[in-house]
Design a binder for this molecule. Structure first.
Ligand code: ZN
Length: 129
């Protein structure tokens, strides 16, 4: 049981106050720079055993990412300003297409296995699953 200290005047005072850093500087869920993003792509590629030898981050008007059979991956540079979980979604989505070319049952179960509740990210990015 936590004791509530009583001062001499009998007033209850909190034992501890967790101070808030003003204004919010907590940006740990954002990418530091494009190198960090590329590093994450390489990490996932290793994990998913995909040979991704060229990774580009560039402006893309109509897509979040694209991949080619030669192992070239391109990512929309707008992802850099978005939460990391959205980047992870796009990275794993693309990398899985090297072995599963559609969004069928197998693809969905692999997405679930690697990312858990991936549908939230999908909705935020407005991509069709
Ligand atoms: Zn896809």
């Amino acid at each position: 049981m936590m004791a509530v200290r009583k001062d001499e005047d009998g007033a209850r005072r909190p034992l501890h106050g967790l101070e808030r850093d003003a204004p919010a500087t907590f940006v740990a869920d954002r990418w530091r720079d494009r190198e960090e993003f590329k590093g994450r792509v390489k990490e996932w590629a290793r994990k998913l055993e995909v040979d991704a030898h060229s990774i580009y981050i560039r402006p893309m008007r109509r897509k979040w990412a694209s991949c080619s059979t030669g192992g070239t991956l391109s990512f929309n540079d707008e992802l850099l300003g978005m939460p990391k979980e959205l980047g992870d979604y796009v990275i794993v989505h693309e990398l899985l297409h090297f072995s599963v070319p559609n969004h069928g049952k197998l693809w969905k179960s692999l997405m679930r296995a690697h990312l858990g509740e991936y549908e939230k990210a999908e909705q935020r990015l407005r991509v069709g699953g």
